[in-house]
Design a protein around this ligand. Sequence first.
Ligand SMILES: Cc1cc2nc3c(=O)[nH]c(=O)nc-3n(C[C@H](O)[C@H](O)[C@H](O)COP(=O)(O)OP(=O)(O)OC[C@H]3O[C@@H](n4cnc5c(N)ncnc54)[C@H](O)[C@@H]3O)c2cc1C
Length: 54
Amino acid sequence: MSAAKTEDISTVDVGIVGGGPAGLMSAILLARRGITAAVIEQRSEQEIRTTHRA
Ligand SMILES: Cc1cc2nc3c(=O)[nH]c(=O)nc-3n(C[C@H](O)[C@H](O)[C@H](O)COP(=O)(O)OP(=O)(O)OC[C@H]3O[C@@H](n4cnc5c(N)ncnc54)[C@H](O)[C@@H]3O)c2cc1C
């Protein structure tokens, strides 16, 4: 999985909307099968990193 913000995503196999646990896990599972994915997230990386979870 690539998290690069400026990377060309026009050639990836799958687009995933949402970088929450479901989206990120989907990208990981796809990558394990050799399927490339781009995760498109509306929130900033800083916002995601500071989301409080147990
Ligand atoms: C206040 C609160 C506290 C919680 N605490 C815990 C905890 O301590 N432990 C725990 O295990 N679970 C906790 N949960 C539950 C946990 O957050 C959810 O079960 C989990 O986040 C669901 O994952 P998800 O990927 O389905 O959705 P989300 O985490 O909601 O991810 C969806 C993502 O998609 C993005 N998105 C939506 N629409 C678009 C769009 N059009 N374009 C781009 N991006 C988009 C959103 O910005 C979001 O980042 C908590 C939930 C809440 C509300």
